[in-house]
Design a protein around this ligand. Structure first.
Ligand code: SAM
Length: 229
């Protein structure tokens, strides 16, 4: 990694700490550890630590850094957690979650499942995840994540990185008791509300609205766009 990018990365993480978006050392550690520049197209490499969404091809973007940090904090990710991400994109966020739930120095080995509906994007994310040495902690799946991934359920946390009309029932049902679903709920075109749904017991859930955010629309069975795979 070039000196320049490393110092931009440090400054970006420090800004998120100063703004109160990063609250825990483990989230700062994860964002410091993962090279965002290696997940995005070469043309954007020098802008890797600008705190904004970055195009990743196929009409999609990888989320802004403050949104990545906000979602990690909202999901309360910790070492040992099993996490499902719906909307894998380029794989960057999955690598950040992996540094939190399965840091190499910690005996508690969590795992990340990330599901992406665009097959070429899923393939590319899987290549990068392998190249950077995350394949032992991150599983990339091509599929409709609005249905969750029951094969590995239940999860400590499910993070949806696309705008949803509501909280899909399969995702709520795939949470552990005490597990958290972090999901942008609202219009596919404008602003959504970042929402945390905590499973209290078999039947009941608590919902908290954290604030406004902007995401691309969730596709699939429980999304805004009923796109066939
Ligand atoms: N987390 C990603 C990253 O680290 O780059 C950014 C995700 S991007 C904001 C949203 C992604 O959700 C897009 O790549 C889009 O193709 C994907 N998506 C939309 N609907 C989906 C669905 N039903 N299942 C899986 N992925 C979906």
């Amino acid at each position: 990694m070039s000196e320049g990018l490393e110092s931009y990365r440090k400054r970006a993480v420090q800004n998120l700490i100063d703004m109160g978006i990063i609250k825990r050392g483990i989230v700062a550690y994860a964002l410091m550890k993962v090279p965002r520049e290696d997940f995005i197209p070469e043309a954007y490499r020098n802008s890797a630590y600008v705190d904004s969404p970055i195009p990743i091809g196929w009409g999609q973007t990888t989320s802004a850094l403050h949104m990545v940090a906000w979602m990690c904090e909202a999901a309360e990710l910790k070492p040992g957690d099993k996490v499902l991400e719906v909307g894998g994109g380029c794989g960057y966020m999955a690598a950040v979650y992996a540094e939190i739930v399965a840091p190499p120095s910690n005996g508690r080995r969590g795992r990340v499942y990330t599901i992406e509906i665009i097959s070429d994007l899923a393939r590319k994310a899987e290549e990068t995840i392998k190249k950077l040495g995350y394949a032992d902690r991150v599983v990339v799946i091509h599929g409709d994540g609005s249905l969750g991934y029951p094969q590995a359920a239940p999860y400590d946390a499910i993070i949806v990185t696309a705008a949803s009309p509501g909280a899909p029932k399969p995702l709520k049902e795939q949470l552990k008791i005490g597990g958290r679903l972090v999901i942008p709920i609202g219009s596919p075109h404008y602003v959504q509300e970042l929402t945390v749904i905590t499973r209290l017991d078999e039947e009941s859930y608590r919902e908290e609205r954290l604030g406004g955010c902007v995401f691309v629309p969730l596709k699939g069975r429980h999304g805004w766009v009923r796109e066939a795979l």
